[in-house]
Design a protein around this ligand. Structure first.
Ligand code: GDP
Length: 204
């Protein structure tokens, strides 16, 4: 199994002209504010306080780059879907995210996080539509699976399969920080993408 040996927080950027070097494959994480994105990133890299676990939803409006084993970046995109946000703010958020996602040859996969308890919201559906339209590869991660029973999890999975154009359950990963369910699956998914690339040290 792939081991994360080194995680370095590289930088936070607002403008893509400030993106960090060197160029490495990127795996981005997106989701509504409070979906559990920081917790998931911390769990992936086995740190308790690496990505900031926010107490005030929607505060972070930067794109944060974490370099893993010097072979790829985990990219933490700012949370969306806050109720109290001005049109102006929403526009600038969208622009920041779109500039990151569109025409980014380094981007391998966008993991879109959905809170298992909250379910799908319009903002999630808009993002799926948008990723699909731009032919950007993505997967859905259902977070906080420990907070729901099997029935409601299955219901959400069916709902999601119906709206994802591929109609494929393999595009969905069920995850919990509490039980660590899904962690290996996410890492395996990342490694699978990297395996096609000539990257020294990937499997060592
Ligand atoms: P972010 O705003 O998307 O970065 O979300 P956070 O990682 O800050 O998490 C939001 C809240 O959900 C926090 O109170 C976390 O402790 C809680 N949380 C995150 N992941 C899980 C999980 O897998 N299970 C449970 N029960 N709570 C979680």
């Amino acid at each position: 199994m792939f081991k994360i040996k080194e995680t370095i927080f590289v930088k936070s950027v607002v403008d893509q002209k400030d993106r960090p070097g060197p160029n490495l494959p990127e795996f981005a994480f997106a989701g509504r504010s409070n979906v559990g994105k920081s917790s998931l990133i911390n769990c992936l890299v086995n740190r308790s306080n690496f990505a900031h676990v926010s107490k005030s939803p929607g505060k972070t409006r930067t794109i944060n780059y974490y370099k893993i084993n010097n072979i790829f970046y985990l990219v933490d995109l700012p949370g969306y879907g806050f109720a109290r946000i001005s049109k102006e703010e929403k526009k600038s958020w969208q622009k920041m995210i779109e500039n990151y996602l569109v025409r980014n040859p380094l981007l391998e996969t966008v993991f879109v996080l959905i809170d298992s308890k909250v379910g799908l919201k319009d903002s999630d559906l808009e993002l799926f539509e948008w990723l699909h339209f731009h032919a950007i590869p993505f997967k859905a991660i259902l977070t906080k699976s420990d907070r729901v029973n099997r029935n409601s999890q299955e219901k959400l999975i069916s709902e999601l399969v119906a709206i994802l154009k591929s109609g494929d359950r393999k595009q969905i990963i069920v995850f919990s920080v509490k039980t660590r369910q899904g962690r290996d699956e996410i890492l395996a998914d990342i490694v699978r993408k990297l395996e096609d690339k000539p990257i020294p040290g990937l499997n060592s």
